[in-house]
Design a protein around this ligand. Structure first.
Ligand code: AMP
Length: 218
């Protein structure tokens, strides 16, 4: 199944994306993780996007379309994917349709995870991420066994630059202005499934899987 995950920053797309990808045995394609990886490695892409990301801005559409186009040219995506963080603008969504249709594919469903703004701000400000494996934690809701250390023994947990409260607010308003219109984009195509994201992770996950089954997609 070719699944797109939409939702404001901090709503749990990364966590749900990973679980859905494991569940459906599909690659989890997170553009945020791909870009952070490029920044960590200091590649030309990483150098280009670093300051945009730190300030909570959006990387230009042409750059993102190139990055995702290259990733979707790999053969592991034929049977399915969970796309997390892309598309984020209407031109990106149109480009995605174009890339997929060249290979006789299309988006099967766009799952929109939503939550009230206070929940999102609290999730982002308490979020910590492993510097090595990118697993995320929350200082209150999902703390690591030993403070500041990844449970998987990988590395140190840090707060992302763009999870600082001032940057968070900017990211939320960018989402409302540029990404939220995608909900309508997919609704008009009859592909949109909306789920509430404020409950426990397991509940949200079950809800998504049940909604997809109910829609007859899986
Ligand atoms: P995320 O981990 O999905 O919150 O992404 C982190 C940051 O990467 C975003 O705040 C943007 O700066 C950048 N980014 C990731 N995906 C995209 C995209 N599809 N379009 C533009 N910028 C993106």
């Amino acid at each position: 199944m070719h699944l797109v995950l939409l939702g404001p920053p901090g709503v749990g797309k990364g966590t749900q994306g990973l679980r859905l990808a494991q569940h459906f045995r599909s690659p989890h394609i997170s553009t945020g993780n791909m870009l952070r990886d490029a920044v960590a490695k200091g590649t030309p892409l990483g150098q280009k996007v670093r300051s945009i990301m730190d300030l909570g801005g959006l990387v230009p559409d042409d750059v993102m379309i190139g990055v995702v186009g290259d990733r979707l040219a790999e053969s592991d995506v034929r049977a399915g994917f969970v796309l997390d963080g892309f598309p984020r603008t209407v031109p990106q969504a149109e480009a995605l349709d174009g890339i997929l249709s060249k290979n006789g594919l299309g988006v099967d469903r766009a799952v929109v995870i939503d939550a009230p703004i206070e929940v999102i701000v609290s999730r982002l400000s308490g979020r910590r991420v492993c510097t090595v494996c990118a697993r995320t934690y929350h200082v209150q809701n999902d703390p690591p066994r030993s403070p500041g250390q990844c449970d998987d023994g990988h590395g140190e947990l840090i707060q992302r630059e763009d999870d600082r409260e001032d940057v968070t607010r900017d990211r939320i308003s960018l989402y409302a202005r540029l990404t939220a219109p995608l909900v309508d984009f997919y609704r008009k195509k009859g592909l949109m499934l909306k789920v509430a994201g404020e409950g426990p992770q397991d509940e949200v996950f079950d809800h998504i899987v049940r909604s997809l089954a109910g829609a007859g997609v899986v």
